[in-house]
Structures are given as C-alpha cells and as structure tokens.
Design a protein around this ligand. Sequence first.
Ligand SMILES: C[S@@+](CC[C@H](N)C(=O)[O-])C[C@H]1O[C@@H](n2cnc3c(N)ncnc32)[C@H](O)[C@@H]1O
Length: 256
Amino acid sequence: MLDGVLSERGERKSDGTGGEFPCKPSRALLRSLQRTGRGGTGPVVSDSDPPAMHHELEPGAGSEYLDRLMRRASFAALWPLFAKGERPAKEMTESFSALEHLRPFLPAEGPCRVVHVGDGAHARTAALFALKTKSENVSIDPVLNVPLVEEWRDRYEIRRFTFEKARIQDAAERLNALPRMPTFVTFVHAHVSVDAALAALRWDAAFTLACCVPGKQLTRVHRIMDSGVDANVLSTGRTYQVLVNDDVRGGPSLSR
Ligand SMILES: C[S@@+](CC[C@H](N)C(=O)[O-])C[C@H]1O[C@@H](n2cnc3c(N)ncnc32)[C@H](O)[C@@H]1O
C-alpha cells in the first residue's frame, strides 16, 4: 500500500479522502449547531481570555481541554503526532473529548482495552489514552502510517499501544479473539457506521463524536448513557454520544 500518500490524505478530513464518507458537515448538523448556539455544558471563552484566542476558536468553543493537555508532561510526547494534523489544536480536543467521556467508565483496578476505530494515519486517540490511562489500546484504521507510528512508539517507549492498518470490519474477528477484559470503543470523527462496527465487536461502552455523517456516526440502536454538544471540541463536529452495551453476556462489566 502507498502508506505515505494514503496517510497524508487520511489526515485531511475536508478533502473527502479520509474514508467512506466525504467529511463535510451536513446541513442538518450545521442547522442543529446553529439552533443550539454554543451547546454543551463546558466552559466557554470568557472575556478575560487573550483576544488572539478568540480568533483561533470555533464560535462558542472552549479551550479547557487544550489547557489541561498542555499543562501535562505527556504533552511533549503527544505533540509529534498531533503536529502532523492540519489543525493540531482541533484534533487534540476531539481526542480529549473521547478521554473525558469514557474515563468514568474505565475500571479503577484490573485491565481493560480501548479499541480506537477510524483513528487516522497517526493513531492519536490511542496514543492519548496510552499516555493518560492504564488501558490497553488498539488503533484501527485503513490509512494508518505504520512506520511513523512504530517510530513514535519506540522513541517514547509507549506501552499498552498497538495498532493495525485495517478496516474495522476486517479486524473485528482478531479483536474479539483477544483475551477477555472490559472493552471500550472510540469513534472520533470515524468515517464508519457506528452501529455496524459495534455489531461486529465485543464491547461494553463506546464514545462517538460525529462530523459529516451524523446519521451513521450516531447510534440508532444502542442505549445512550450521555450525549450532547461538547463545547470544548474546537471543531464544528462536536455532537457526541456515550453508549453502553446492554447485550453483554453476564451483565455489564462496568462500574461508574
Ligand atoms: C475524518 S478521519 C478521522 C481520523 C481521526 N480519528 C482524527 O480525528 O483525526 C476518518 C477516518 O476514518 C477512517 N475509516 C474509514 N473507513 C474505515 C473503516 N471501515 N474502518 C476503520 N476506519 C475507517 C479513515 O481512514 C479516516 O482515517
């Protein structure tokens, strides 16, 4: 496969080459964002912010995620991956939204796994979770830049971080065959049908952030534990859902 070419294209969400859907906000999504105004419950930019910040943010967006990320030592390791994005700040807040919303579900003790579907060429959400949680992380994307991600993993000695260059439908069987443990799934602007992907996977809870095809990126069938418009995500694609799997055999393995 032409890793470099595909990887670069995978990063450009607006050019329509990032997967199964072109990444343009639908009219319905734009209308809904306009109707809800800034939406969400997170803090928004206040008058005390430096004026320059206002120009960097989408209307109504808050900088809390970015501030929290940048205050931590792990930021230095994350930066090389996020710097490759067209809009690193925006990408960081999208991945951080997944962390923020799934963290309450991750068990305090014992192993757990997070599968990051449609994680892009640079496996950034998996990288963030590997640095910020104790979960095992698997990044799945058909345009994953394997040499680049391997180099990053080795350079920073990142543990609990694996990746596969594949479509989720092709990787699902291998993922389901991994040792059993509470399993979580992220879909950060993933260009997949969330319900179709979840149907193929063993999972306990999932986070999805919709961009251009909310009809497929938001569930129609699963129980929605939490949903809304995340004001701390610095892009127009800020509608999220947290889903729980009521069909887990033996009852949910989660505690909140
Ligand atoms: C808009 S990009 C989002 C990338 C990354 N999550 C981010 O926020 O930067 C959509 C991603 O979905 C991936 N994708 C498309 N079809 C897929 C599939 N069947 N399985 C897994 N990923 C897929 C694309 O390759 C692309 O990287």
